[in-house]
Design a binder for this molecule. Structure first.
Ligand code: NOJ
Length: 551
C-alpha cells in the first residue's frame, strides 16, 4: 500500500490532467450497455449468451459506439439477474465459459473497441463458497470475516439500517448484514467508526476487511489479465458501512484506484455512485448522473407525466437540472467524466407510457448524445424499444423486467432473439405486432436507428461535441423551451437547441459574434438560427432538436 501512496503523491505533484489519469481511449469512448440474458441467444435455450453477443458485433459497431459494458456474467444464483455472484472467477455456464469471454474480448479488440464487465463489489450470493464457509461457527477460517455477523440487534438502528439485518439460524451468528435482497450478504469492508460495543463492526484496516480488499484486487487482476478493459462497479458508494459522509469509502477507492491506475494504465473503472463529485474524487474514471428529474416522472415516484421537461406538455422546468448538472460537471471537469445514459437495466426505458412518439425520442436522444462526458446507450434504446409494463418478474427483476425484454432484431420468430420455443424466452418480447426492429429501421432513412448513427458519427467527428468538449448553457432557465447550449473547444463551436414541447418556440440568446451558422443535424431543417448584432434568435417547431455549427 505504501508504494501506491507514494505514486499517488507523485502524480499529484506533477498535476493530474485528464489525459494522464484516464486511459486515452476514454476520451472518445461511447458505450453500449448489454443485458446479456436479453440480447442474442446463440445456443437456442431462450436466454442470451456471449456467442450471441459476438455474432452481433457488426451491428453494435455500426452504431458508432466503441465500447461495451456487459451486465453481470459471472456464475450466479440469478436471484437478482446476476447481481448475486457465486463465483467471481467463472463465467456462468448460461453465457458460455471463461474462454468464450476471452474470445469475445479478443474479437472486440480486433475491431478497435473495448469491453467492460460488471463488478459486484459490495456483496456476493449467499450460495458462494465464501459465505457458506463464513456461516460456520469456527471464526478462524479463510473466509470467516468476509461478511458481517452481528450477534444482536441494537435498539437504536435507523429504519434503513434495520432493513439490512437478516435473521438467520447459521451457526456463526443470529444476523448477517445484506446489501439489497436477503440473498446478497454484504462483503465486509469494515465500518467508518466502529462502535466498541458492537463487536461485529470491524475497522477498515482490520484483517477481514483487508482480505476482502485484496480479493477485490485479485478479481480485477484476474479479468484484466485475461483482456477485459475494466469494470462498472455496482453500488460503489456502499462498501464501508456507517459512513454517512462517504469519507471512508472515498479513501478506500482512492487507494484502490491508485493501485489500479498504476497496474492497468489502460483500464477503466466506472462507478455506480450517482455522485461524480464523490466518485471522481475517489479516483473513478466515469460516474453516472441521474437524469430522471428531466426525463421521467417514474423516477420521482409520480405516475403522471406533468412537469417533466422532456414532455410534449411543455410544462417542465430546467432550473433544477441545470443547477444539479452544473454543480456536478463543473466540479469534476478535470477529474474524470460524467455520463448521462439513455437508460439502464434498473429504470423504465425512455420510451414508456409517458413518451410514445419516436419524434420525442429523437429530441431526447439529441440532448443525451450531445452532452459532455461519456455517452452510454442501453441496448434497444437506439431503435425505440419500449418499457413493457406488467412483464413477469424474472430472476428478481420485479418491475425492471419491462426494461429487460429481448432485443428486437427482425420480423422472424421471437424477433430474431432466439430460436427457442416462445414459451422458453427469458422475458416475453414486446407483444405489439408493430414493435420496432433493427431490420425495419435499417431500411428507413429517417428512423430512430439511423438518427442515432448520424448523431454518433457527428459526435465522433468533432472534439468540440465529444467527451471533453466544453459545455455552456446559453438560454435562460426562466424560459425553459427551447433549451440552448454551446459545445465548443478552441477550434469549433456548436449550438444545440432542444424543444421537447408540443408548441413552436423561439428564444433570444446573446450574440455569438460569428459570421455564419449552419444546420448540421437535427429532427427537422425547419429549425432556424438567425444572427444579429443585438442578439441571436433560435426558432424551433414543435418537438424538435437541432445542432448548428457556428463559424
Ligand atoms: C445496482 C444494480 O444496477 C441492480 O440491478 C442490482 O439489483 C443492485 N445494484 C444490487 O446489486
Amino acid at each position: 500500500m505504501r508504494k501506491t501512496f507514494t505514486l499517488g503523491l507523485g502524480l499529484l505533484l506533477i498535476g493530474v490532467s485528464i489525459g494522464q489519469k484516464h486511459p486515452d481511449w476514454v476520451k472518445k469512448a461511447i458505450f453500449y450497455q448489454i443485458y446479456p440474458s436479453s440480447f442474442q441467444d446463440n445456443d437456442g435455450d431462450g436466454i442470451g449468451d456471449l456467442k450471441g453477443i459476438q455474432s452481433r458485433l457488426d451491428y453494435i459497431q455500426s452504431l458508432g459506439v466503441n465500447a461495451i459494458w456487459l451486465n453481470p456474467v459471472f456464475k450466479s444464483a440469478f436471484k437478482d439477474g446476476g447481481y448475486d455472484v457465486i463465483d467471481f472467477y467463472q463465467v456462468d455456464p448460461r453465457f458460455g465459459t471463461n474462454s468464450t469471454l476471452v474470445a469475445l474480448a479478443r474479437e472486440i479488440h480486433r475491431r478497435g473497441m473495448h469491453i467492460v464487465l460488471d463488478l459486484v463489489a459490495g456483496h456476493s450470493s449467499n450460495q458462494s463458497a465464501w459465505f457458506k464457509e463464513s456461516m460456520e461457527a469456527d471464526t478462524n477460517l479463510q473466509y470467516s470475516n468476509y461478511y458481517i455477523w452481528p450477534n444482536f440487534k441494537p435498539s437504536d438502528l435507523t429504519p434503513q439500517e434495520s432493513t439490512r439485518w437478516v435473521e438467520t439460524n447459521a451457526p456463526r451468528g443470529k444476523y448477517y448484514v445484506k446489501n439489497f435482497y436477503d440473498v446478497q450478504p454484504a462483503l465486509n469492508y469494515g465500518f467508518a467508526n466502529p462502535n466498541p460495543n458492537h463487536p461485529w463492526e470491524q475497522s477498515v484496516d482490520a484483517p477481514g476487511p483487508q482480505a476482502v480488499r485484496r480479493e477485490l484486487q485479485g478479481i480485477i487482476t484476474f479479468w484484466l489479465e485475461k483482456g477485459i478493459d475494466g469494470f462498472r462497479v455496482d453500488l460503489a458508494a456502499s462498501l464501508v458501512k456507517n459512513d454517512p459522509d462517504k469519507k471512508a469509502t472515498i479513501a478506500l477507492w482512492k487507494n484502490l484506484n491508485q493501485w489500479f491506475d498504476e497496474k492497468f494504465p489502460q483500464g477503466v473503472l466506472i462507478a455506480e455512485w450517482f455522485n461524480p463529485k464523490q466518485s471522481l474524487e475517489a479516483g473513478f474514471d466515469i460516474d453516472f448522473l441521474r437524469t430522471g428529474r428531466l426525463t421521467s416522472a417514474y423516477e420521482r415516484g409520480q405516475k403522471a407525466a406533468a412537469k417533466v421537461y422532456f414532455s410534449k406538455l411543455g410544462e417542465g422546468s430546467i432550473s433544477d437540472w441545470v443547477s444539479y448538472f452544473k454543480d456536478q460537471y463543473e466540479s469534476t471537469i478535470n477529474k474524470g467524466y460524467v455520463s448521462l445514459p439513455t437508460g439502464n437495466h434498473d429504470s423504465p426505458r425512455m420510451m414508456n407510457e409517458e413518451r410514445k412518439d419516436p419524434a420525442e425520442a429523437k429530441v431526447l436522444l439529441t440532448f443525451l448524445l450531445t452532452q459532455p462526458g461519456v455517452p452510454f446507450i442501453y441496448y434497444g434504446d437506439e431503435i425505440g424499444m419500449r418499457y413493457i409494463p406488467n412483464s413477469p418478474d424474472v430472476e428478481g427483476s420485479h418491475a425492471r423486467s419491462g426494461t429487460r425484454t429481448p432485443m428486437q432484431w427482425d420480423g422472424t420468430k421471437n424477433a430474431g432473439f432466439s430460436s427457442a420455443d416462445t414459451s422458453r424466452i427469458y422475458i416475453p418480447e414486446d407483444p405489439d405486432p408493430k414493435r420496432p426492429t433493427v431490420t425495419k429501421e435499417e431500411k428507413e432513412p429517417g428512423s430512430q436507428l439511423n438518427y442515432v448513427r448520424a448523431l454518433l458519427k457527428l459526435r465522433g467527428s468533432s472534439n468540440a461535441l465529444g467527451n471533453l468538449g466544453g459545455w455552456q448553457l446559453l438560454s435562460d432557465t426562466t424560459q425553459p423551451y427551447p433549451m440552448i447550449y454551446l459545445r465548443s473547444n478552441d477550434i469549433e463551436k456548436y449550438v444545440i437547441a432542444i424543444n421537447p414541447s408540443g408548441k413552436p418556440v423561439q428564444a433570444k440568446i446573446a450574440s455569438l459574434q460569428r459570421k455564419k451558422t449552419a444546420y448540421v443535424l437535427g429532427t427537422t431543417d425547419k429549425c432556424r438560427y438567425k444572427m444579429s448584432n443585438e442578439g441571436d434568435m433560435i426558432i424551433m417547431p414543435a418537438i424538435s432538436a437541432a445542432i448548428f455549427r457556428i463559424e
